[in-house]
Write a protein that binds this ligand. Structure first.
Ligand SMILES: Cc1cc2nc3c(=O)[nH]c(=O)nc-3n(C[C@H](O)[C@H](O)[C@H](O)COP(=O)(O)OP(=O)(O)OC[C@H]3O[C@@H](n4cnc5c(N)ncnc54)[C@H](O)[C@@H]3O)c2cc1C
Length: 358
């Protein structure tokens, strides 16, 4: 591989199914000793990397499976995005993150986590999505679109950025409706409607406005969100006050057509001309993936997965949760800076069990 990442030659560690079948029939013990990994980490985000570093440090046989690019969620953040955390709070494995800015940018974070993977010599398989997890008496079988793996433990750190909340209005299927915002230049001199009032919506509104877009915000509540970065909030509020950005509060978008949108406002239904809709209404974790493995979810709206807060182990022995996924639908509770500690807890627990067995 030319990108500097060392890729575990999984074939030498985990045989393909026909080979496994032969081994299982003839010498299960040898297979368990030589060809089984201790832990497979599902998700190569910052927390997956933290878990990989910790597993490697303690001598566990591990592999990270990532469905997209390295730190795929961050890769899909807006190109000009700035973190709210300072760089040292985004560090994993005590590897220093030096940023040129008070708050690091997306590009700096991409470079940092790529360097982490290289310097940590991490075993990562990219563009390999885990599609199913099955438990046998002795281990877990993990199926991706490429092959099947065998592992004693699993750490699920799949984040929350894969499934956008939909507007559920007519016209949402049109190409002009985007649930992920990327680069403001694209929207120069266009009529842009931004739905939402949290960080992503505010960043998209300000950036596209500054590239010459005619921006309208549609906001369900009566004000810009409380969690908007403290140095950005006055900026958007002042742009709204001076009329540079038009905002409809206590309002919602009700229909989208190729050249216009309908907005329900407190003063009645309004139709405005429109080229693009940026639906910045948030994202939700793939909780059905957790259910499919037998992980129990809370019955209220948060659907918090069942896990032990000391060890991070779920109700399915051997399956652990790390990172933002632990919060269920409450995706604001955990983020990089306060969930990187999960790695140590989980690996400590796996090692503890291992030493009990040996
Ligand atoms: C705009 C924005 C700004 C933010 N700023 C900050 C900040 O300043 N500070 C902070 O601490 N947090 C911040 N966060 C939150 C932070 O980015 C997330 O909490 C963080 O990415 C969580 O890390 P994670 O590893 O748990 O999940 P993720 O980074 O989402 O990683 C999960 C990974 O799992 C992969 N995956 C999913 N399903 C599968 C599958 N079936 N098989 C294989 N791989 C799979 C995904 O592709 C992804 O790469 C921000 C978030 C956003 C959206």
């Amino acid at each position: 591989m030319s990108d500097g990442l060392q890729y575990l030659t999984v074939k030498s560690v985990v045989p393909k199914p026909p080979f496994v079948a032969v081994l299982l029939k003839t010498d299960t013990f040898a297979f368990m000793q030589n060809n089984l990994v201790d832990v497979i980490i599902i998700g190569g985000g910052p927390i997956g990397l933290a878990c990989g570093l910790e597993a490697k440090k303690t001598g566990l046989r591990y592999l990270i499976l990532e469905k997209g690019a390295l730190v795929n969620s961050i890769y899909h953040y807006p190109v000009n995005m700035t973190f709210f955390s300072t760089s040292e709070k985004l560090e994993v494995g005590n590897i220093p993150f030096v940023s040129n800015n008070p708050k690091p940018t997306r590009n700096e974070a991409l470079e940092y986590y790529r360097r982490v993977a290289v310097s940590g010599n991490l075993s990562v398989h990219l563009f390999e999505e885990v599609q199913a997890v099955k438990k046998t008496d002795e281990y877990f079988l993990i199926t991706t679109q490429k092959q099947t793996y065998h592992t004693l433990n699993i750490i699920v750190c799949t984040g929350f950025y894969d499934i956008p909340y939909l507007l559920n209005v007519p016209g949402e299927e049109l190409q002009k409706v985007k649930h992920y915002y990327n680069d403001p230049h694209f929207y120069a001199f266009q009529k842009v409607l931004v739905v939402g009032a949290a960080n992503s919506a505010v960043d998209a509104a300000l950036e596209t406005y500054r590239k010459g877009a005619e921006v309208t915000m549609v906001i369900r509540s009566a004000a810009i969100g409380d969690r908007v970065k403290y140095w950005v909030k006055p900026d958007v509020e002042n742009r709204i006050k001076e009329g540079a950005i038009k905002a409809y509060f206590n309002s919602k978008i009700v229909a989208i057509r190729p050249k216009e949108v309908d907005i329900q406002t407190p003063d009645g239904l309004l139709t405005i001309e429109n080229d693009w809709v940026l639906a910045m209404t948030g994202y939700q974790p793939n909780l059905s993936f957790l259910s499919s493995m037998g992980i129990e979810l809370g019955e209220d709206a948060v659907c918090k997965p069942a896990y032990n807060e000391t060890t991070q182990e779920t109700n399915v022995p051997g399956i652990y949760l790390a990172g933002v996924i632990c919060g269920g639908m409450n995706t604001h509770r955990l983020f990089i800076e306060n969930s990187r500690e999960h790695a140590e807890k989980i690996v400590g627990d796996i090692l503890g069990k291992k030493s009990l067995k040996s």
